[in-house]
Write a protein that binds this ligand. Sequence first.
Ligand code: DC
Length: 225
Amino acid sequence: MSNLSKKPFIITIDGPAGAGKGTISKLVSQNMGFHYLDSGAIYRVIAFEANQKGLATDQISQITELIDEINIQFIGDKIFLTDKDVSELIRSEDIGKFASEIAKNEEIRKNILEFQKSFFKPPGLVADGRDMGTVIFPKAKVKIFLTASIQERANRRYKQLILKEKDVNLTDLFQRIKLRDESDKNRKISPLKAANDAYLVKTDNLSIKQSYEKVMEIIKSKIDR
Ligand code: DC
């Protein structure tokens, strides 16, 4: 779908961990020819670096200093921390948990605000996260809130991890996802929630292709208006 003749605009795709936001957002950005912001990856890279440096999640001033020092780059499908490819390293459950902990802090969120906004360039942006439609890009043209039950998200994650032959336990995954949902939803600053003008898409019984088609239908209906 080409948007070259029109004004650049933003599509936000928010939702809980494991709802398929990343996969769907990438497909949408490819189809639209738009830039893509994986905001969760920013929190994950910071968490990764803080963890490497032996910092705890509550050492906020040290973590904010660290944000000023590091250089995060998205190049194609890869994420670089200075010169190191951390694309895979940041995806562990432990880094996700660390990221969710530090993401509760207002100072840290403020520090990466401008970096996130800088992703909006012509011809447009697909932004994925927790607060894209509510806080970072409240004027986005299309807002999607993608969800699935905890059980469904745990099952999907299990299938992904088993392929990598990791030692995985479904009950443990269910608990971790549940805790991360609670941590992201119940924080005071920029909690995980659907914007008032977001379209809710439940993906429990949908394949990736079906979820993607549903999201594209919503986008088309909004931009054809
Ligand atoms: O989407 P993800 O699982 O990669 O995100 C990791 C954590 O980062 C998530 O549990 C909470 C935090 N996060 C956030 O607070 N705001 C965002 N826009 C994106 C992620």
